[in-house]
Structures are given as C-alpha cells and as structure tokens.
Design a binder for this molecule. Structure first.
Ligand SMILES: [Zn+2]
Length: 106
C-alpha cells in the first residue's frame, strides 16, 4: 500500500517509499486508464472507452480505499466503477514526480 494518497483536482499523488519522490498521476490519463469492464474489454484488454468523451478537465472528486489492495476513484464525468489496484498503480509510470510531502529537507 502507498504510505500516503493525496487527491488533487488535477492528479492523484501517491507516496510509496519513505524519502522517495511521490508519484504524480495526472487526472485525465489516469481516468483514461480506468481498468473497469465498461472501459476495457475484460478478456482481450481492448479499450472500450472513447477518450473524446472524457473532458479535458476531468477531476477526481473522491478516492476511497478498497480493502487493502486498491483505490476506487469517483470522477467528475460521472464515472466511478473502476478499481485501481495498488499493484497496478505501483507499476504505472507517473506523469511526473515531486518531493514527498514528508521528505526530510523538503
Ligand atoms: Zn471505467
């Protein structure tokens, strides 16, 4: 599990390791990467989501923990069924990194 999860209007920020830079997952790319059955065909992994239907300024409205294995994000475009597992988030390349909020010397 991440040490810290911060919801921002433009991103989700995840801190994984003490003292390591936080991973900034920009809102829209993360929305487009929604792994739910409405957005991705389960058997083939084929994308079903049309990116043109996701607003440029889509925002995460709320984030909730799903057990100890993932996050469910409710998006401003009304979507909220996708569960982003921590495993998947951990492996996903962040759009940017920034010093962790609690990092020494930051
Ligand atoms: Zn979805």
């Amino acid at each position: 599990m991440p040490r810290a999860i911060t919801r921002r209007d433009d991103a989700l920020v995840l801190e994984w390791e003490p003292g390591q830079p936080a991973h900034v997952h920009a809102a829209r790319p993360l929305r487009l990467a929604c792994p739910c059955a409405e957005c991705v065909e389960e058997m083939t992994g084929r994308p079903l989501l049309d990116p043109a239907r996701v607003p440029a300024d889509v925002r995460p409205l709320s984030v909730r923990l799903v057990g100890t294995y993932g996050l469910q994000v409710r998006w401003s475009d009304g979507h909220g069924t996708g569960i982003y597992t921590f495993e998947r988030l951990r492996q996903r390349a962040p759009e940017s990194v920034e010093p962790a909020a609690g990092a020494a010397g930051a």
